[in-house]
Design a protein around this ligand. Structure first.
Ligand code: SAH
Length: 342
């Protein structure tokens, strides 16, 4: 069976061509898919025979809302979607002044093993498909009735560990007849897979790359992020510099503030040193406490910010949204996995 929503319009046109169908049929089907239909029967402007044929050879993905939580503090909505095979993933809709933003997942679980992150506790189950990534944006819009203008790939999973799928997803959401969301409205966050950062740089996309740095020294970073044990901070920063040189896009460095682990003044000084000569900015994230983890939120966020600013580094502190609904990704899925009643 063909996963029809994972195809670009161009691929769909070729696919139809091979079956003796004109290009406009592909455009019709593509349009229906992005209206959120889940069966070929609903595609009322297609001949009956073709609908039948498609029904027999293709499937249309459609996630089901397994859980939906709305924050009473700021209107953030968190979805737990159940996929076709029963696995669950999370998507968060946030309201910012610059537009509605969805934070989407790229894998079911994650194999990166970061010590502070809820998504990785039970490892990776599987990669998502391009259609399953598109669906998170599409059905969040349809269910909430709110148009989405920005996408961040900061949900469950490591996007660069599912590289080809993520690229296909970007082509699909970027397409004028797809979701029509511009690359400059998309951010991709990575724990720092160096080879993949180089590969992404070659694509020359205008998206924003966020690098989850979380520590400026190898000892600390390797302790909390196993990915650092094979390729250390220096090599990662070299890749970031190459990325900037090739794409001209400033990198945003994510830094979750953990009590007594990465929040000392000397670490702020070292971080400022690392960023010298690489235009970019630091986004400090107040740690979301994960039940299974002994790590605690830092009480030094403001002091750390000031110290960095003293070195001329541009720093923002991430506003906490959806604090009352487990909106930091991975937490809702964890609770559902453990059979919590929510
Ligand atoms: N795998 C990607 C994207 C997913 S996580 C990455 O590592 O970047 C999105 C961001 O949330 C990352 O910066 C991640 O390190 C951070 N994060 C994960 N768990 C967190 C927690 N408990 N508190 C604060 N930030 C967290």
């Amino acid at each position: 069976m063909t996963d029809i929503k994972s195809m670009t319009l161009e691929e769909l046109t070729d696919w139809f061509g091979e079956r003796g169908q004109p290009a406009f049929r592909a455009r019709q089907v593509f349009r229906w898919l992005y209206r959120g239909v889940s069966s070929f029967k609903e595609m009322s402007d297609l001949p009956k025979g073709l609908r039948q044929e498609l029904e027999e050879s293709c499937f249309i993905t459609r996630p089901v809302v397994a859980r939906k939580q709305c924050s009473s503090l700021d209107g953030t909505i968190k979805y737990l979607w159940q996929l076709g095979d029963g696995n669950c993933i999370e998507t968060v809709l946030m309201h910012y002044k610059h537009g509605n933003t969805v934070c989407i997942s790229s894998q079911v679980g994650c194999r990166m093993g970061c010590a502070f992150c809820a998504s990785t506790i039970a490892g990776k189950v599987r990669d998502l498909t391009p259609a399953e990534m598109v669906d998170q944006v599409l059905f969040t819009q349809l269910d909430s009735g709110e148009p989405v203008s920005n996408i961040v790939l900061m949900g469950i999973g490591e996007p660069l560990d599912n590289f080809e799928t993520v690229l296909q997803f970007l082509r699909l959401v970027n397409h004028p007849q797809g979701l029509n969301i511009g690359m400059r409205h998309i951010s991709l966050s990575t724990c720092g897979l160096v080879e993949k950062i180089d590969k992404l740089a070659q694509c020359g996309l205008q998206l924003t790359l966020s690098v989850s740095l979380h520590a400026p020294d190898d000892e600390t970073r390797s302790k909390i992020m196993p990915v650092n044990r094979s390729v250390g901070v220096e090599k990662l920063m070299e890749a970031c510099r190459r990325y900037f040189q090739l794409t001209g896009r400033r990198i945003s460095y994510e830094y979750a503030m953990i009590d007594g682990v990465n929040d000392a003044d000397w670490q702020a000084d070292l971080l400022a040193d690392l960023l010298k000569g690489t235009p970019g900015h630091v986004n400090l994230i107040p740690l979301n406490q994960v039940e299974e983890s002994p790590l605690k939120p830092s009480r030094r966020v403001a002091a750390f910010q000031k110290r960095l600013e003293g070195h001329g580094v541009t720093v923002t502190v991430r506003r906490k949204l959806g604090g009352d609904i487990d909106a930091s990704c991975g937490q809702l899925r964890r609770k559902a996995m453990k059979g919590y009643r929510m």
